[in-house]
Each structure stands twice: as structure tokens, then as C-alpha cells.
Design a protein around this ligand. Structure first.
Ligand code: PBG
Length: 332
């Protein structure tokens, strides 16, 4: 082990000029690292700004296809879709999740028609955008979210999305056993190349508020999601969640939220050596926007610094509402 000592070693030496800083830079973020989450709503030609997510809108299906073309031109390889299901289409069982013509399926087909295979479509599997109670699964009389009854519906939801052309099925519900059940169903239906990106370590976080506004669940949800999402205090348990999802057939795993859980990203990457993604969630986006609006930080610099830290921690990519903006900053 070499012991560097001053003044033979001056760590500021390589930092002295911009060309040298560029040469020594360890991490490069590129538009190819980004997954752009988009919210889908009914109608044609519709853009609905979301109050708690300044700069983010819900788009009608035709507009989603245009965002997809924009993403392709920016070099963004993948979109993540979330529906704002109309209140009258929600019920306690989340049956709209199984409708082959629901917003997710129509948006997926519209993206495929507009862009062919030049962009990936990641679809979220969980029932909260479809249930009248806003929980991610089916509930019993006491409001407890039932595991095995829910996974039955999630299988149907996944097959419905795959039939519409989804490339990556992303279960965000945190039920036990769902990755294996979904993988088996996809194989039986011939969807051998449809990937599963598991929201493996998803925490019961206070950072999801604006998302729940965006999909229309915030007014419906009573209580919290602590009986299925993880306790923010737990790290070891995240490794067990990831180990199980890998064993069940996950192609990649996600840690969510992002920045408050960089330590989890590092531990997962080092332990399992598989593709890890971070979801820089709605509340994280909103914090950056609020800081920029308050003059407490430079938006562009905050965006790029956070994305860099995800890659430094070991992420293959990041889901971020700043994806299009970041891709432009990165000179796509
Ligand atoms: C729900 C889901 C949530 C997010 C993605 N899928 C919210 C929740 O668990 O309540 C959050 C994403 C974000 O905050 O940006 N299945």
C-alpha cells in the first residue's frame, strides 16, 4: 500500500485545469442512463400540469406518443408509464388493470406505433392507480392488503401489459412472491424476452406525495403502506428482498427512493453484481424544483450532481422526472 504524502502528492494538481479535470473524471452520465416516467390521462391533445410537480404534466395518449418521439431524439432509451385512471373506472378490486384498452395499454401501443423498437416501454405493475381505496393490492375488511389474492391480479395485469407490447414489467407493489409468479406466467404466454425490473427495495417513504397526486390516489388513500413497503430504517432486509427477487427471475432491480438510499444501492450492487436502477422519486424532484425556485441552488447543477451520484453508487440507470431536461443538458 502506497502512503501518499505531501508535497510529493498534491491531490489538487490534477484539478487545476478543466482539461485535466475532464481527463480524470470517473463517472459520465449520458442520456442513455435515463428512464423517463410519464403520466397518461384520457382525452386527445391534453396536457394537464401537476401542481405538486412543477414542470411535469399528465398527457393524453396521442401526446405520449409525441413525448416518446422526443425521448428518442434526445437519446433516452426507455419510458416508464403511469396512468391517471378516471375515478369512475376505479373499484375495490382494481379491475381496470386487466382491461386491454386501459390507458397503459393504449399508451404502450401508441408509443410502439410512433417509435417502433427504438424505445423501451416500462410498465408499472401495482393496483394503486386502479383501486378506489388507493392501496397497491386487494384489501380485507380491516383494510389489510392481501398478498396472495393480490398477486393473482398482478399476474393478469402483467400479461395484459405484455400483450400490449410492454418491454419491461416493473412490479412496484412489494407483494411477496410476485416476481416468480409473473415470470412463470410470461414464459407460459411466450413473452420470453419481456424483462422484469423489480422494485425490489421500495421503502414506505414520505417522498411519494406528488406521485399520488399525479395518478389521482392521494385523496383516496387512507392510512399508509407500511405493511408492504419497507421501513426506512432497514438495510439488511433490502438485501433479502433483492436476493429473493433475483432467485425468482428479476432481470434487474430497483431501489426507491433514490438519494436517501444511496447506501442501499451500493450494498446491493456490491453484493449481487447485477443491474441496479434508482428511482429518483416525485418528492426528490419537487425538492430540487423548490430549491431552485427559492434561489437556494442552481437547478441544472443540482440535477446533474444527483444523477452523477447515482452512477457513482453503481446504478446502471435512473428513473427521473428530469430525464428530458437532463438529456438536453448533456448535449443530446
Ligand atoms: C405505487 C407507486 C408509487 C410510486 C411508483 N409506483 C407510489 C407509492 O408507492 O405510493 C412513486 C413514484 C414517485 O413518487 O415518483 N405503486
Amino acid at each position: 500500500m502506497i502512503t501518499p504524502s505531501y508535497p510529493a502528492t498534491r491531490l489538487r494538481r490534477p484539478r487545476a485545469t478543466s482539461w485535466s479535470r475532464a481527463l480524470h473524471c470517473e463517472i459520465l452520465v449520458s442520456p442513455a442512463d435515463l428512464i423517463w416516467p410519464l403520466f397518461v390521462t384520457e382525452g386527445t391533445g391534453v396536457e394537464q400540469p401537476i401542481g405538486s410537480l412543477p414542470g411535469v404534466s399528465r398527457w393524453s395518449v396521442d401526446q405520449i406518443a409525441m413525448r416518446a418521439q422526443e425521448a428518442v431524439s434526445l437519446g433516452i432509451p426507455c419510458l416508464a408509464l403511469f396512468p391517471n385512471t378516471q375515478a369512475e373506472r376505479r373499484d375495490p378490486l382494481g379491475k381496470e388493470a386487466l382491461n386491454p384498452d386501459n390507458l397503459m395499454c393504449r399508451a404502450t401501443r401508441a408509443i410502439r406505433d410512433a417509435c417502433g423498437d427504438s424505445i423501451g416501454v416500462l410498465t408499472d405493475v401495482a393496483l394503486d392507480p386502479y383501486t378506489s381505496h388507493g392501496q397497491d393490492g386487494l384489501i380485507d375488511d380491516a383494510g389489510y392488503v392481501l398478498n396472495d389474492a393480490t398477486t393473482e391480479v398482478l399476474i393478469g395485469q402483467s400479461l395484459n401489459q405484455a400483450a400490449a407490447g410492454a418491454d419491461i414489467i416493473a412490479p412496484s407493489d412489494m407483494m411477496d412472491g410476485r416476481v416468480g409468479l409473473i415470470r412463470t406466467a410470461l414464459e407460459s404466454a411466450g413473452h420470453h424476452n419481456v424483462q422484469i425490473m423489480s422494485y425490489a427495495a421500495k421503502y414506505a417513504s414520505a417522498f411519494y406525495g406528488p406521485f399520488r397526486d399525479a395518478v389521482g390516489s392521494s385523496g383516496l388513500l387512507k392510512g399508509d403502506k407500511k405493511t408492504y413497503q419497507m421501513d426506512p430504517a432497514n438495510g439488511e432486509e433490502a438485501l433479502r428482498e433483492v436476493a429473493m427477487d433475483i432467485a425468482e427471475g428479476a432481470d434487474s432491480v430497483m431501489v426507491k427512493p433514490g438519494l436517501p438510499y444511496l447506501d442501499i444501492i451500493v450494498r446491493v450492487k456490491q453484493r449481487f453484481e447485477l443491474p441496479v436502477f434508482a428511482y429518483q422519486v416525485s418528492g426528490e424532484y419537487a425538492m430540487i424544483e423548490a430549491a431552485a425556485a427559492a434561489g437556494a441552488g442552481d437547478r441544472d447543477a443540482l440535477v446533474l450532481e444527483t444523477l452523477t451520484s447515482f452512477k457513482r453508487a453503481g446504478c446502471s440507470g435512473v428513473l427521473t422526472y428530469h430525464a428530458a431536461h437532463a438529456a438536453r443538458l448533456l448535449g443530446a
